[in-house]
Design a protein around this ligand. Sequence first.
Ligand SMILES: [Zn+2]
Length: 432
Amino acid sequence: MARRILDTAFWDDTDVAKLDYPERLLLICMITDESLSNDYGWLPAHPALLKKHAFGYDSCSVAEVETWRDTILETCKNVKLYSMNGQEYIDLVKFPEWQKLRYQRKTHLPPPPWYGEEALAASEAEREEHLKADRASGLIYREAHKEEIHIRQRAYRQTPKGKELERRQNHRRLAREAGVPATLTQTEWQASLDFFGNCCAYCGDSDVSLSQEHIVPLSAGGGYVAENVVPACSRCNESKHKKPLEDWLVEPASTFVLKNAGERIKEYLLVVAETSRNSAETSRLTVTIAPSGLSRDGLSSEGKDTASAPRPRASSGKNAIRKALEEHFVRTTKLPRPPMATASQKRAAGRRWWAPLTRMAELTDWNLTQGIRLIDEARKRLEGLTVSAPESLLKTAEGIIGDWARGKSHGRDSPQLSATELAAMQEEYTHD
Ligand SMILES: [Zn+2]
């Protein structure tokens, strides 16, 4: 698109000459600010919005901006006010003369009543024409540079990112062909890797390349979904092949598998079930693979009695909040989770990782939104320094809480969030 420029004819306009300088500045903003006026020269007329765009750095009031706007409307015959559906808009009548655009992009603003329907239809037809031409030239380009594009794509497929993409596409295609769901995202796969500490889910080997293993094979109806995909080494992958998990685990041929492999996979499924929105699907799969004779603890008797999926762990609100904070921390710092294969590793990880995040949740009275905000704030203050674990954030976080508690005014730092802010943050968090 053409860049918005101010036609020098603007200064020759005698109406413009009558304006005072804040009014002239406001008019210039209306014409040149692409995020304010559309390609037809229509814009919302609300003074608060105009103030935000034109006088973001100034201390003028909205009422002042409204006065300037009204002066422009009175003085300039080429700037007209119109209202539609109870909202006021401005039409910069001469805009198409000032701005030489190849075509006018779609707009969600209603046209002024004096703008003819034929004009709108003509502009739409012109846009379609241009888009068609653009698409055609794209085709011509791709045809002419076929070899070049091919080489570039081949090179991309050799990169780790490209390989990852190819693998996902293959898995998805196979799942589609098998008629099973394929919804595994990169984040979910990373969560699976994190859960098993970047080790094979079956034998616990760490120095091996891990592939995505379907617990229930595609051919047996297992999907390419978070609750059915775990990391596995090639040895385990080949040994298990298409056998049902419970059969394979007790086979003499699979002695290299960890004794608690079944338990850990069950644990993993519970975690997925807790986070999964599609819990119905999860429990179905959990039933399929829950090994009946394998469990050594209460889980098996419970499973047998009810003949249903293991009940999701009674997760208290606090537990969920701490977990959400962990998720947020891992995502924003991109730090790998510590390995948790053995009891001592679990203890160490607990001290280094989960305990500080629990403490942070306590500090914010188990308020998830504020906890997330605290993590972000502390991380920002530590920028440039190494964040090795949540504990390094804890000290900073405590300092921030201290500031808050002492009522130090940090502008937006206050722990008291407005309802809108809170909603926005929750929205942001849940949609990520
Ligand atoms: Zn393995």
